[in-house]
Design a protein around this ligand. Structure first.
Ligand code: 6PG
Length: 487
């Protein structure tokens, strides 16, 4: 064992914690790991080999092994486990020590934890970590936020272990307080949207066009060689090729069609609703996970409300190409929604996010890494205040060139009775965002009719109320408080 020489400690030696430590060890860092489970500590010690990695299940020994001021990365599940670790380590910490939460924590919890710890003069960094097991081992995308000085202390190790794209590290300080965890939540919301688009594309190609698993594998492989190049498309191709050892069948056909969720997609949708930011494709992806879990109800309903076997009567090849283009358009639109949410959150919570930086560190290591992020990065590089990705001139051109494909996919899905909510919401968002006059004038009229909620006019400034249905149909300036205006 150990004098106080280890540069960073990790609490939680599950797959993520263990792999991050090995990654740090590969880069020459001397690091220590702690887990209450002695078996995990032992197996890390064995795996560490000649790397400068120490592991223990004794908390005091772990803390004692760390160089002061200490830096401790918590890699435990979000929620109560994070608070439990903080509670356990806190009595052993000294002023200026730094705790980093690398889990998928709810951003409002991060704010509370930072406040509580800063009162004790302990620094706190909330950091999104993306890339799963292999990302942690070979290069994740890291999304840190919180105290900048504290971040600067750990920047070298984070930069060393992160994914690199053309030599650029996929890590950057994102902003104060919960900026890092907020960006990670939205990363996951976008992940939900992209996953849902791919699921719907699969359904259309499999049930609609009758493509076999082998054909699906080839199709996704081909997509991954073009503008759709991305981690999710790549793993999707590989999934369709996976054979079950025991049965010899395709694994995909043996998997129950109910998708689980840990909550980050829902937090994205909730936060968007709270700030009145439209993110319909992300919202619908959460809805679809919920709908998928109603397996029993769906099975029962399929008897009473039978769906006829979908048949596609048009040009199969052309439709396949439309699906590809619709996935690409849907991808841009999903990113547009998520990034519009980041833009609003940055204002609301004063994160001072640089959206070009966010796109830059998402290009490698994380689950949503995709070739299109280079274009997204350029869009915000050119116009940091871009209101919405869809109005970047280059991306707008790409969307306009593919909008008919998106329409064909939505039309065919509706005709065949194949649900395609992500494509549909993506198209509606695109159409809604570019419609100068929506029918919301009627909504306002109705609200004013039944609740005297007032409305604004196109021909005069102020707030108005109409005595609806009365003979004398003269709009009245609303009497509500200071809002009173005259025509
Ligand atoms: C990542 C992933 C990771 C996790 C998802 C799964 O960035 O590495 O997003 O954080 O796999 O949170 O989320 P669900 O269980 O909600 O699908």
């Amino acid at each position: 064992m150990s004098s106080s020489t280890y540069e960073l400690g990790v609490v939680g030696l599950g797959v993520m914690g263990r792999n991050l430590l090995l990654n740090m060890g590969d880069h020459g860092y001397s690091v220590a790991g702690f887990d209450l489970d002695a078996g995990k500590a032992e197996s890390l010690k064995k795996e560490a080999g000649s790397r400068k990695i120490f592991a223990t299940s004794d908390l005091k020994e772990f803390i004692g092994a760390l160089k002061s001021p200490r830096a401790i990365l918590m890699m435990v599940p979000a929620g109560a486990p994070v608070d439990a670790v903080i509670r356990d380590v806190l009595p052993h910490l000294s002023e200026d020590d730094l705790l980093i939460d690398g889990g998928n924590s709810f951003f409002k919890d991060t704010n509370l934890r930072e406040k509580m710890l800063s009162e004790k003069k302990i620094f706190f960094v909330g950091m999104g970590v993306s890339g799963g097991e292999s990302g942690a081992r070979h290069g994740p995308s890291l999304m840190p936020g919180g105290n900048k000085d504290a971040y600067d202390r750990i920047h070298p190790v984070l930069e060393a272990i992160s994914a690199k794209v053309n030599g650029d590290a996929c890590v950057a300080y994102l902003g104060p307080s919960s900026a890092g965890h907020y960006v990670k939540i939205v990363h996951n919301g976008i992940e939900y949207g992209l996953i849902q688009l791919l699921a719907e594309a699969y359904d259309l190609m499999h049930r609609g066009l009758g493509l076999s698993n082998e054909e699906l594998k080839k199709t996704f492989e081909e997509w991954d060689r073009g503008e759709l190049k991305s981690y999710l498309v790549e793993i999707t191709a590989s999934i369709f090729g996976q054979i079950d050892d025991e049965s010899g069948k395709h694994v995909i056909d043996l998997i129950l069609d109910t998708s689980k969720q840990k909550g980050t997609g829902m937090w994205t949708a909730e936060s968007a609703m709270e700030m009145h930011v439209p993110t319909p494709t992300i919202d619908t992806s959460v809805v679809w996970r919920n709908l998928s879990s109603l397996k029993g109800e769906r099975q029962a309903a399929s008897q009473l409300l039978p769906v006829s076997t979908p048949t596609f009567s048009g040009d199969k090849r052309a439709f396949l190409e439309s699906i590809r283009n619709a996935v690409y358009a849907g991808t841009i639109i999903t990113f547009a929604q998520g990034i519009a949410l980041l833009r609003m959150a940055s204002k609301t919570y004063d994160y001072q996010l640089n959206l070009e930086t966010v796109a830059r560190i998402w290009r490698g290591g994380c689950i949503i890494r995709a070739a299109v992020l280079e274009k997204i990065r350029n869009a915000f590089g050119k116009q940091p205040d871009l209101a919405n990705l869809m109005v970047d001139p280059d991306l707008a051109k790409e969307l306009l060139a593919r909008q008919q494909d998106l329409r064909s996919v939505v039309r065919a899905a509706a005709e065949m009775g194949i649900p395609a909510a992500a494509f549909m919401t993506a198209l509606s968002y695109f159409d809604g965002y570019r419609t100068a006059r929506l029918p919301s004038n009627l909504t306002q009229a109705q609200r004013d009719y039944f609740g005297a909620h007032t409305y604004e006019r196109t021909d005069a400034k102020g707030v108005f109320h109409t005595h609806w249905g009365s003979v004398e149909n003269v709009p009245q300036p609303a009497l509500a408080g200071k809002e009173r205006q005259t025509l």
